[in-house]
Design a protein around this ligand. Structure first.
Ligand code: F6R
Length: 258
């Protein structure tokens, strides 16, 4: 795994943005899988800035959001439909149909999940998947013990994730118990993956994901099996990495020297 430690979260977000811009320059109709949450906000803001300045045109990309809560109305403040509208569709000047979000209100959730997989395949597969990471090692909402061969499906949230989400929802009682999420295998089929992690609270899980054993107990560790993953970190999130110095050394070399 390529591990890059940036001077701060902002520079990491700009670098992630650079990669998206380079991909779209090479392939204007690129297919992206994107996360919600706090981590990617600066990246979305930077993308929005470039779009507003006319440096970047995302008019042909297709976006698949990673996950959604089950049972929340699409216009609920905390739904990922709302996040996608607020942070992505409007700011990035996209047509709503360019951004697909799993429908947590569908009456037949397994069928809706299968249709999502089919839509990804019909789009030609995911060119670039950007991920955040939960403190328990989840990617998208693949909670600990998720099959590393899992596809898009319904998952129950762990008590720890419900607690984490309770801040946004105001209280734990209000957090839906179930989500729909791309599976680990769905994510691993993306051609390239960027893992973003910022802050001290992510340091331990980043170390487990990057350097620990591959285990369903830390779903993000499955990224070690993918040939093109870049972990883009700030210094705090990299604090528990044993090979921190090595990653910094590699980053300082030119590509020809690595
Ligand atoms: C959300 C998602 C989650 C988050 C993770 C980290 O779409 O995929 O895996 O990336 O829970 O959330 P933040 O960024 O809020 O710390």
């Amino acid at each position: 795994m390529e591990v890059i430690i940036y001077p701060d979260a902002r520079e990491a977000s700009v670098a992630a943005c650079d990669r998206i811009q380079a991909l779209v320059a090479a392939k204007p109709d690129a297919v992206l899988a994107l996360p919600t949450g706090n981590t990617p906000r600066a990246m979305y803001a930077e993308l929005a800035k470039r779009v507003a300045q006319g440096e970047l045109d995302l008019g042909r990309v297709q976006i698949f959001m990673l996950d959604e809560f089950v049972g929340l109305p699409h216009d609920h403040e905390q739904s990922y439909h709302t996040f996608a509208q607020r942070e992505i569709v409007g700011p990035l000047n996209l047509r709503p149909e360019q951004v697909r979000v799993l429908d947590g209100t569908a009456s037949d959730l397994p069928r809706m999940c299968a249709a999502y997989e089919e839509a990804i395949a019909a789009a030609g597969g995911i060119d670039l998947c950007v991920l955040g990471i939960g403190q328990d090692g989840h990617i998208a909402f693949n909670e600990p013990s998720s099959s590393l061969a899992s596809r898009t499906r319904v998952k129950a949230l762990t008590p720890a994730t419900i607690k984490e989400q309770a801040r946004a929802f105001g209280e734990a009682q209000a957090v839906p118990r179930h989500v729909v999420t791309m599976g680990v295998a769905t994510i691993l089929e993306a051609k390239r993956i960027i893992l973003l992690a910022f802050g001290r609270s992510k340091a331990l899980v980043v170390a487990k994901a990057v350097e620990g054993p591959i285990t369903a107990f830390v779903p993000a560790s499955a990224l070690q099996m993918h040939p093109a993953v870049t972990a883009m970190l700030d210094p705090e999130a990299s604090e528990d990495l044993r090979l921190q110095e090595y990653y910094q050394l590699i980053a300082a070399l030119t590509p020809n020297e690595t």
